[in-house]
Structures are given as C-alpha cells and as structure tokens.
Write a protein of this length. Sequence first.
Length: 198
Amino acid sequence: MSINRVVVSGNLTRDPELRVTPGGTQVLGFGVAVNDRRRNQQTGEWEDYPNFIDCTMFGNRAEALSRILRKGMKVAIEGKLRYSSWEDKNGGGRRSKVEIIPDEVVLMSQNPNGQQAPQQYAPQGYQQQAYPPRQAPQPAPQAYAPHPAPQQPAPQWNAQQAYQQAPQAVPQPAPQQAAPQPAPAQQQLDVYDEDIPF
C-alpha cells in the first residue's frame, strides 16, 4: 500500500492561469513558494530557502479559484503528488516535474483588493463549498451525583478510651440514594473521510 498525500503552505508566485482542454475541462495552473528555514552554519543566522512548487487543478473549482487567487496570497494546499515527463519540443531531451494536484485549498490571506475571500474549498468529490462550522466541545456529563456532606459531626476518638473500652459500633449515616440522572443526549457528530488519519 502507498500513501500519496502532501500538505504545504506558502505564497502564490504568480497569478493563476486558467485554460480549457479541447474536451471542455477547465485547468488552473499556479505556483506556490514554500520556504524551508535553515540555520546558516557559517553565520549562525536563520535563512529561508524557497521551494517552488507547481499546482494544477481541474473542473469547476479551477474556474472559481481563478477569480479569487492572486500573486502573493498565502494559501495552504492539501493534495497528492503527480509525476509527469515529456519530450522537449526544442530538442532539449526528456523533461520531467513533480506537481501537486490539490484536493483542498485554504486561503490564509485576503484578496489584494481587500475583500475577504472564502476560507476553504472542499475536496473535488463533494458539492459543498466549505465544511460546516464545528461545535464547541461540551463538558462531559457527570456519571454520579456528588456525595452530600455528612449530617453529623465526626465522633471524637480518644486512644486511651478506645484501649480501655470494648469496641462499639460506630453509628453510620443512613445511605442516601442519589437522584436518578437523565441519560445524556446523543450528540450528532459530523465526521468526514478527511478527518480520519488512516
């Protein structure tokens, strides 16, 4: 079994390019610069080393994102890697590249014109535009009622008296039944395949 998943975040290196195949499929191409931060051994300072990654999207989402994405925007991308190779038309030999085919794009900054962009696009197989908001976690229901405080003061114990007297039964408070607790309501959880780590 193989796993082909990748998650990157970075800035768009260019405005996206939308084209249409002869079959009518919309194809959106864009690049992302992902910085790798390393310490320079000679100066001791941290330096950014950019990785330039090409991304290609297909279908209706490609057209929608072409209207939103702009050079310089910060995005997070989840998808799969795809390797492709071809013969150079100018006789330069065999060429190849690895690119990301995004399943999900999260916008982490605003459009250059100041309008807030939609925050998330769902995987290609789904019709919805974004995941529903998650509910805040609820406190765990208590399984038992708290024990009531003792009604009588605790008896005083004197070691000398205890040694000289026969053992006596210590009065115990009458057991109290806890009020029955209603069963906790079942909470409906929305779980998506993407939330499962395997």
